[in-house]
Write a protein that binds this ligand. Structure first.
Ligand code: NAP
Length: 496
């Protein structure tokens, strides 16, 4: 960053082998915020080779679990020490507000604390094979060399969901952040080094996925690829990995329903429901994999509910995330805003009724950034592309239902299955609907929360595998069954 080498390979900070760099743009201002080294495929292969050596010579898998856990705790301490600096960097890189970035750093910290504790508490599973002479146990071993690929919307958070369990398990790794948002990952790897991660255990290459992809994923030295990003890229990676039978975990997109029943008119539920639907879709300008982008609302209250949303959406304060008055920031790049704008045109052409936003803001102060107004399309049909495809922008579509079965059918009518929300004041109905929805996370009378201790991942084309929780650690482990006969005798099968 700014002249310092940014690639970390085999314990050495390096510039790119061809001297290439990339401008990193602050999306709130449309100006270059930093210049970073841009890795070549040769650098990526060198990073995988370094991780392979560090795994095979046992320097990390052979490190006692207590030491690995202590290192994770040290990383958590350093994250908190540098919290403000890291949060500001994340805001400059992604455009999200400082308040959101601070929450991200706290969440990253909690993931390190969680896996430090979990790995320390793991034990082998003893199996009774019915022979007192045989000691049989199932042990967990690190999976090997991991390639960790993260997206731009939660750069540090998504990367930490991979790095923390991988380190805890004793794996070695190559981290590749998005080319658009590498800044906090570079700073984070510096913290890992400061915390004492041995050379070669964590390697970092940033650069274009299209350029580095094959070197990282079409590589027999890799044992596991953990990818978070879009469906199209996930498909490419899965196909490539299949050639080497490399294990792959995919955390992909979502088109997440938020179902609101008419009974939310009771008590304070109405205001909470409006607030959560609004936050669920417009936080971080909709650039959230689990954003509640499909409002599915009971017909009898739909007009009033949409009117309440429109009134509040119009008041959302957009601005530079570093300004404490900003409630949401810009889209991540000019290119991404163009994609969101094309979805708005698509919605209009499909006959959805634009009731809010649909354009860039008027304020001259926002003209240089990639801002886009919170947008709501009413009177949508489930067959519309604007309802089915992930726009990854501040666009809410509204569909209406009259029966509980219809609400469930609409909520499940998606190729994705990442997350869903249900709002009702009837607990029995809430439980019925939550169980009927085919999504990896379902919030009942809440939206957007998660915790390090509970698994995260998708049904359907939202991916496979899970991050966080005990399963998020197990992804980085192989199971080995050890059968130990303490009093061996002849098998006696062949008589001659
Ligand atoms: P993306 O375009 O698929 O990119 C994700 C990562 O893959 C980036 O680091 C990208 O590098 C890299 N990449 C691109 N082509 C590659 C290839 N051929 N081989 C290997 N790596 C390659 O996704 P994005 O636009 O960054 O992120 C948005 C998507 O992520 C959305 O669909 C969102 O829903 C999803 N997401 C899912 C979760 C979840 O938990 N399920 C969480 C966050 C985001 P470059 O950036 O350099 O192209």
């Amino acid at each position: 960053m700014d002249g310092e080498p940014d690639l970390y390979i085999g314990g050495v900070w390096r510039h790119a082998s061809d001297g290439g760099t990339r401008d990193i743009v602050n999306p709130a201002r449309g100006k270059v915020a930093a210049v970073v080294d841009e890795a070549t495929p040769e650098d990526a292969r060198a990073a995988v080779a370094a991780a392979r050596t560090a795994f095979d010579d046992g320097r990390w898998p052979g490190t006692p679990v207590t030491e690995r856990a202590a290192l994770l705790d040290r990383v958590a301490d350093l994250l908190q020490r540098d919290k403000e600096e890291l949060a500001a960097l994340e805001t400059v890189d992604t455009g999200k507000t400082l308040a959101e970035s601070r929450i991200d750093i706290d969440d990253v910290t909690s993931v390190f604390r969680y896996y430090a504790k979990l790995i320390g508490a793991e034990s082998d599973r003893v199996v009774d094979v019915g022979d007192p002479a045989v000691v049989s146990r199932v042990v967990r071993e690190p999976i090997g060399v991991c390639v960790l690929i993260a997206p731009w919307n939660y750069p540090l958070l998504q990367m930490s969901w991979k790095v923390a369990p991988a380190l805890a398990a004793g794996a070695t790794m190559v981290a590749k952040p998005s080319e658009v948002t590498p800044l906090t990952t570079i700073a984070f790897v510096r913290l890992l080094v400061e915390a004492g991660v041995p050379p070669g255990v964590v390697n970092l290459v940033q650069g274009s996925g299209a350029t580095l992809g094959a070197a990282l994923t079409d590589n027999p030295a890799v044992d596991f690829i953990s990818f978070t990003g879009g469906l199209a890229t996930g498909r490419v990676i899965a196909r490539t990995a299949a050639e080497h039978v490399t294990k792959v975990a995919l955390e992909l997109g979502g088109k997440n329903p938020h179902i609101v029943f008419a009974d939310v008119t009771a008590g304070g539920d109405w205001d909470a429901a409006v607030d959560h639907v609004l936050t669920g879709v417009f936080l971080h300008s909709g650039q959230v994999c689990s954003a509640g982008t499909r409002l599915i609302v009971e017909e009898s209250v739909a007009d009033d509910f949409v009117a309440a949303l429109v009134a509040r959406a119009g008041k959302i304060r957009m601005g530079d995330g570093l300004d404490p008055a900003s409630e949401t920031g810009p889209l991540v790049s000019e290119q991404h805003r163009a994609k969101v704008e094309s979805f708005v045109q698509l919605g209009i052409s499909e006959g959805a009724q634009l009731v809010c936003g649909g354009r860039r803001p008027d304020e001259p102060a926002l003209a240089d950034g990639y801002f886009f107004l919170p947008t709501i399309f009413d009177r949508c049909e489930r067959s519309m592309r604007i309802v089915q495809e992930e726009t990854f922008g501040p666009i809410l579509t509204v569909e209406r239902f009259t029966t509980e079965d219809e609400a469930i059918a609409l909520g499940n009518d998606t190729e994705y299955g990442l997350a869903a929300g249900v709002r009702t004041s009837d607990p029995a109905r809430g439980e019925r609907v939550v169980r009927a929805l085919r999504h990896g996370t379902v919030w009942l009378n809440d939206f957007g929360y998660y915790t390090a201790a509970a698994e995260w991942g998708g049904f359907g084309r939202s991916g496979n595998g899970r991050e966080l929780g005990p399963t998020g650690l197990a992804e980085y482990q192989e199971l080995k069954h050890i059968w130990h006969n303490t009093a061996p005798t002849a098998a006696g099968w062949f008589k001659g």
